[in-house]
Design a protein around this ligand. Structure first.
Ligand code: URA
Length: 237
């Protein structure tokens, strides 16, 4: 027996949040009866209809996209801006695993596998994400230490992170810093650097868990290999 919203999300129909909304809106029918209760549990053999259509288990698809700047990382944007999902050619209902800001570039996974999405985004699972930030100003050793130990953003102390200085450009008064975090608070990297007095001028996510961009250019994507999907699931064994 599993919760109805989890079964819908895991089927790839849409995200857990969207599944909860569908249930609350009375759009989900289980064995002929409308179910609007969120905790409702269903069995494997139960028939689930959404908007009158049978919830069939979709084939799973997994993409690794080099998100370009100027694209939102949601499945749908209320302002009708281009989304990361618009870039991928598929007829499946896919959605991004976590988020990158509109102006952030770099690696983002996109899938219709709700179960894997939940595992990869759950804070307790501490998936490493490495970012390269171009900062205004020359960062000093003290700030790098502070960032590594955790800084306070929005009244919350960030966990320890790995921080490396890659380059300083004295002429242009900028620094390039690599930072690896396993949390995913809103605008976390930008806020962390702001907490030590540096504005982030550019931000790129270079890796997500063991996955890298490789030869992809901004706007390009590839399917994950079966081996990589298995390896991602393997992180939670
Ligand atoms: N941290 C940010 O500030 N922005 C991102 O897009 C990702 C992490």
């Amino acid at each position: 027996m599993e919760r109805l919203q989890k079964v819908i999300a895991n089927s790839g129909y849409c995200s857990r949040r969207c599944a909860e909304q569908l249930i609350s809106d009375g759009k989900v029918i289980v064995n002929g009866e409308v179910v609007s209760e969120l905790g409702f549990k269903v069995k494997d053999k139960d028939e689930i209809l959404i908007d009158g259509v049978n919830l069939k288990k979709e084939d799973k698809e997994y993409y690794l996209l080099y998100k370009p700047r100027g694209v939102v990382s949601t499945a749908k944007d209320e302002k009708n801006r281009k989304t990361v999902v618009d870039i991928i050619k598929t007829n499946k209902r896919i959605y991004p695993v976590g988020r990158l800001d509109y102006d952030t570039t770099g690696i983002i996974l996109i899938t219709n596998d709700g179960e894997l999405t939940n595992l990869l985004t759950h804070p307790k699972n501490k998936i490493d994400k490495t970012y390269i930030a171009k900062l205004k100003g020359i960062i000093d050793v003290k700030s790098i230490k502070e960032l590594s130990n955790g800084v306070v953003i929005d009244g919350y102390k960030t966990a320890k992170s790995r921080v490396k200085l890659r380059k300083v450009d004295k002429k242009n008064n900028t620094s390039i810093v690599e930072i690896t975090i396993h949390e995913g608070k809103n605008h976390q990297v930008k806020k962390m650097f702001e907490a030590v007095g540096h504005e982030v001028l550019k931000l790129k996510r270079e890796s997500f868990a063991f996955l890298y961009l490789g030869d992809l250019k901004p706007g390009e994507y590839r399917k994950l290999k079966i081996k990589e999907v298995k390896q991602l699931y393997g992180l939670f064994k």
